[in-house]
Design a protein around this ligand. Structure first.
Ligand code: SF4
Length: 328
């Protein structure tokens, strides 16, 4: 690991200044240290924001919105009784991520900004990677593609966005508050992550020096009948082969409102509005759920060895909707 300077921020302004000068933010450290050991991140300066108490609070009791500081820890938020009762999809998306030890350390903001698990990205210099080294090529294009994205990929990059929490946020129309050298602004969460197109090194729409300080979710009756379903190679401490965050609001047997997002299949958190349109106003049964799953995966482009994840994604959405219906 290359030597670096460690600085502790005493307020958000300090952190933004350091960030603007090229420092890396240290929150839970569960991504940054990992990538530093792999020599993928080589910061000369680290700014530790763990002492900024204002970013640690979260409140799920508001009448208009749920508010989460960017430094709130995943395990604390996941266990919040109000969230478990009223927004199970959000709580479940946090519980299903990583391991208990990592959830105890990892912050919500850091979780949203985690980087891809593409093995060629993490494998370092032996492998060409446009995300790590723009213009160098993409080793995954000719390599193992079982875990690569089926939605939102480009010839430059097919890396999956790996987070679970993000799938739930995108389903619930979350917004994030961002602070940077130009002040504070609000960003719809759906606009935070970019598709790779021909610049896969640009993963988010954050401007230089900007940091996430808060995540806000509007209160909605859809929360209670929601779920997050994650399918993976083993039942804990593994990334999704396919996941779904869904919510239903019912009027008898008819769907009044619906939310569908998929994870583990796309290059960014993926809201499936076509699936929602298909459900709203329709009598709900298993065939409607299956049709929504097919709509959610519409446009998926398989590679050499990941086509099985299209049907897996369809079934994941279908099963998640059946669970949400039971909760409605
Ligand atoms: Fe790099 Fe993206 Fe190709 Fe993976 S898929 S090797 S992250 S360019």
């Amino acid at each position: 690991m290359q030597p670096f300077t460690y600085v502790r921020a005493s307020n958000v302004g300090d952190a933004v200044k350091a960030l603007s000068r090229g420092a890396k933010l240290l929150a839970g450290g569960t991504t940054l240290y990992d990538l530093m050991k792999l020599r993928i991140e080589r910061p000369e300066r680290i700014i530790d924001i763990n002492h900024l108490g204002e970013l640690k609070h979260f409140d799920t009791s508001g009448e208009r919105e749920l508010v989460f500081g960017a430094l709130a820890r995943m395990s604390e938020v996941a266990a919040d009784a109000g969230l478990v009762r009223d927004y199970p999809a959000i709580s479940e998306s946090l519980w299903r991520a990583a391991s208990q030890q990592l959830r105890n350390m990892a912050s919500l903001g850091g979780n949203l900004l985690q980087r891809t698990r593409c093995p060629y990205f993490r494998g370092g210099e032996p492998y060409a990677c446009n995300k790590r080294d723009p213009g160098s090529g993409c080793a995954a294009a000719e390599g193992l593609d079982r875990g690569q994205a089926l939605l939102g990929a480009s010839p430059s990059c097919s890396a999956v966005y790996p987070g679970d929490f993000a799938a739930a946020l995108v389903a619930f129309d979350a917004e994030i508050d961002v602070v940077g050298p130009g002040g504070e602004r609000v960003l719809p969460f759906e606009e935070l992550h970019r598709e790779p197109a021909d610049t896969p090194q640009k993963e988010t729409t954050l401007e230089p020096g900007e940091m996430i300080v808060r995540i806000r979710i509007p209160v909605t009756p859809l929360g209670r009948a929601s779920t997050f379903l994650k399918v993976r190679d083993r039942e804990s401490y593994a990334f999704a082969l396919a996941s779904a965050a869904v919510a239903l609001e019912m009027d008898g047997d008819v769907v009044r409102d619906a939310r569908v997002a998929v994870g583990g299949l796309a290059t960014r958190p993926w809201r499936a509005r076509a699936a929602e349109r298909l459900l709203i106003g329709r009598r709900f049964d298993e065939s409607a759920a299956r049709a929504a799953g097919e709509a959610a995966l519409d446009g998926a482009i398989p590679g050499r060895s990941n086509a099985f994840r299209i049907e897996l994604g369809i079934r994941t959405v279908t099963d998640a909707l059946m669970t949400a219906r039971q909760r409605a």
